[in-house]
Design a protein around this ligand. Structure first.
Ligand SMILES: Nc1ncnc2c1ncn2[C@@H]1O[C@H](COP(=O)(O)OP(=O)(O)O)[C@@H](O)[C@H]1O
Ligand SMILES: Cc1ncsc1CCOP(=O)(O)O
Ligand SMILES: [Mg+2]
Length: 274
């Protein structure tokens, strides 16, 4: 199903330009490397367009937004669109402040994203312009369950048609959709929600995967979501053997991403399409 996606990443080593937050930036750089890409974190307005121009993908993450990086994101996003390279948007905490909401809408208006990836509360907020917020984490009441799965998949398809972007919604069950097809992904482990940065790291890996597979954005995004979840499961197995905790888990997750290959994804991917 995801043939060639990981191989293309490891063979092409896509340069991924990330304008991201200062909480998880180092984990994002390391997981891009582990996935087979090459990271460059650059957010000054004096250089972002130069960096974007030499990259294979751009990742914009609003986690620790400020006036300076807001302008850099707009400039880099426009440059990426001009150069025809994929842009991934992680609208971290989109509903948490008026400032984040304003920039999120400006970005949606002025930049064509290849992928919009967020937790369910962030994506619902973006689509509706209002809603509950729990900071950077999803609200309990928003969660995707077996009961509301089909409804959320239809919502994701609709939002994809409206934006022209692949929509990736994360949580215990992830959904990755374009206007016609949705993947429901059941990989992952609850431990992934107990450390900060798994969502940011997934956006970074998605940048790496779409950067090396620009003609297959939906498949590459679904492979990134499946792969990240699978790494979360494998990392937990190792963690139990080590009797470790959350700090070790974070390292094991990056370890597993560095080991991930086509065959592991083929055998361990748990997804259905509808
Ligand atoms: N309860 C869970 N069970 C399994 N996987 C999870 C769970 N919560 C989050 N994940 C995984 O963790 C990663 C980040 O998702 P999420 O926590 O929704 O993002 P964010 O950190 O941006 O809020 C995704 O790969 C997702 O599949
Ligand atoms: C805690 C925090 N605060 C601002 S950005 C950030 C990290 C969010 O990471 P993730 O979206 O992956 O949970
Ligand atoms: Mg997030």
């Amino acid at each position: 199903m995801f043939e060639q996606i990981i191989t293309n990443v490891r063979n092409n080593v896509p340069l991924v330009h990330a304008i991201t937050n200062y909480v998880t930036v180092n984990d994002c750089a390391n997981i891009i490397l582990a996935s087979g890409g090459s990271p460059i974190m650059a957010d000054d307005i004096n250089e972002v367009t130069d960096i974007t121009a030499i990259s294979s993908a751009l990742v914009l993450n609003m986690g620790t937004l400020n006036e300076r990086t807001a302008l850099s994101m707009l400039a880099a996003g426009k440059k990426a669109n001009q150069c025809g390279l994929p842009v991934v948007f992680d609208p971290v905490g989109a509903g948490a402040s008026a400032f984040r909401k304003k920039l999120a809408y400006q970005l949606l208006e002025e930049i064509q994203f290849s992928v919009i990836k967020g937790n369910i509360s962030e994506i619902k907020f973006l689509a509706a312009g209002e809603g509950k917020t729990a900071g950077v984490d999803a609200c309990e009441g928003d969660k995707v369950t077996e009961d509301n799965l089909k409804g959320v998949a239809d919502f994701a398809k609709e939002f994809s048609k409206r934006t022209g972007s692949v929509i990736a919604i994360t949580g215990a069950i992830d959904l990755v959709a374009d206007g016609n097809l949705a993947y429901a992904v059941r990989n992952g482990h609850i431990m992934m929600s107990r450390i900060t940065g798994t969502g940011c790291m997934l956006a970074a890996v998605t940048g790496s995967y779409v950067g090396a597979n620009p003609g297959s954005i939906l498949k590459a995004s679904a492979a990134a979501v499946c792969g990240m979840g699978l790494c979360g499961e494998l990392a937990y197995k190792k963690l139990s053997q080590l009797h470790g905790g959350t700090g070790t888990y974070r390292m094991l997750l990056i370890d597993e991403m560095s080991r991930l290959n086509e065959q592991m994804l083929e055998e361990g991917g748990k997804y259905e399409c509808f």
